[in-house]
Design a protein around this ligand. Structure first.
Ligand code: ADP
Ligand code: ASP
Ligand code: MG
Length: 318
């Protein structure tokens, strides 16, 4: 019996109607005698809403409590999907990150999966259950909840697929696959039938949301074919695998990055200033993309937009 992992993103589980479409895809593969593991994200824009709500309560919410809050979104989805599958006569069981054995490091809001103990998942699969797992969350050495960074459910899915040695991993979303550009912005964008892990990693790292970049790294490392497809139709998707085509242009992507530059003659030799800046960046858990140092300038590019508050903090340590 093959094991297949399916992941449904936020827009794919945003309403009861959409949950129903997801359930039908799951049932179809289950009825073909596969072991089925499903990963789900929080419904619609739930995670954004939870972040906003935390900001209303506190200017600087505790990282630990923020992860407890954010992980709640996925917990709602697993329960709802499992109930619906049960209602349709299928034996589904929901599992949170820790129930699924997803052990991470201690970096709240951007945790890295270190190990997955699949004992519980395998036990449920042996009983022919459809295992529905909360994406985006794990637990750390203190048995506290951690989350994997925005878009992290893709990473849960592919890491689980790797741990279970799954045949493949389907990533279902609101687009039919990976396109030559973001199809929600560029109407003439075309679907790409196949691309290599390397190409997908470059695209994800440069801002194409369709797959979380860490998920592609894991897919490549463990050679898990990733198939991105639409939840809302049966069109063929895009396959990400180790098949490499030479001399092709696959896609174009725009990224709005933030850059902070510190300017002053001889800055290249001012290691104290550089250390202070790096320490401030680490304290504020900012993800750096690039750091450039020249005679008169240190320039740092960040993955996400950096607030004026951060600029003020860096200004004050210098
Ligand atoms: P989900 O909520 O299912 O995880 P995401 O919103 O994270 O889905 O990712 C899907 C989105 O990625 C699409 O709606 C699309 O706007 C965006 N996207 C950006 N670049 C691309 C691309 N090259 N191909 C497909 N989708 C892209
Ligand atoms: N719910 C999380 C987010 O919105 C994780 C995910 O959707 O992959 O970022
Ligand atoms: Mg996503």
């Amino acid at each position: 019996m093959d094991t297949i992992v399916l992941k449904f993103g936020g827009s794919s589980v945003a309403s009861n109607e959409r949950l129903d479409m997801a359930a039908e895809k799951i049932i179809d593969l289950y009825d073909k005698n596969n072991n089925i593991v499903v990963i789900v994200s929080a419904q619609g824009k739930t995670t954004d809403k939870l972040i906003r709500e935390s900001e209303e309560l506190s200017r600087d919410p505790s990282d630990r409590e923020l992860d407890v809050l954010l992980s709640a979104g996925e917990q709602i989805s697993i329960a709802k999907l499992s109930m619906l599958l049960n209602e349709k006569g299928y034996p589904a069981i929901s599992l949170t990150g820790w129930q699924s054995g997803i052990f991470t490091n201690n970096t709240n809001q951007n945790a890295i999966i270190e190990n997955i103990d699949t004992t519980r998942i395998n036990k449920e699969l042996e009983e022919r259950k459809i295992v529905v797992i909360a994406g985006f969350q794990g637990f750390n050495e203190n048995l506290d909840i951690t989350t994997l960074g925005r878009g992290g459910s893709d990473t849960t899915a592919i890491a689980i697929a790797a741990a279970l040695k799954a045949k493949n991993c389907y990533i279902f979303s609101d687009v039919e696959g990976v396109y030559t550009a973001d199809p929600n912005i560029i109407k003439s964008a075309k679907k790409i039938p196949a691309l290599s892990y390397e190409e997908m990693l470059a695209l994800s790292s440069e801002g194409a949301k369709v797959l979380h970049n860490r998920s592609v790294e894991i897919g490549e490392k463990f050679k898990i074919p990733i198939i991105t497809k639409s939840t809302f139709n049966k069109e063929a998707g895009s396959v990400v695998s180790d098949v490499i085509e030479e001399n092709t242009i696959k896609s174009i992507v725009k990224k709005d990055i933030s850059r902070i530059s510190i300017i002053g003659n001889g800055i290249i030799r001012n290691t104290t200033a550089l250390k202070k800046v790096i320490s401030e960046i680490e304290k504020n858990k900012l993800e750096m993309l690039n750091l450039n140092v020249s005679e008169t300038k240190i320039s740092i590019d960040f993955k996400n937009m950096v607030s004026d508050e951060i600029l003020e903090k860096i200004h004050s340590v210098l």
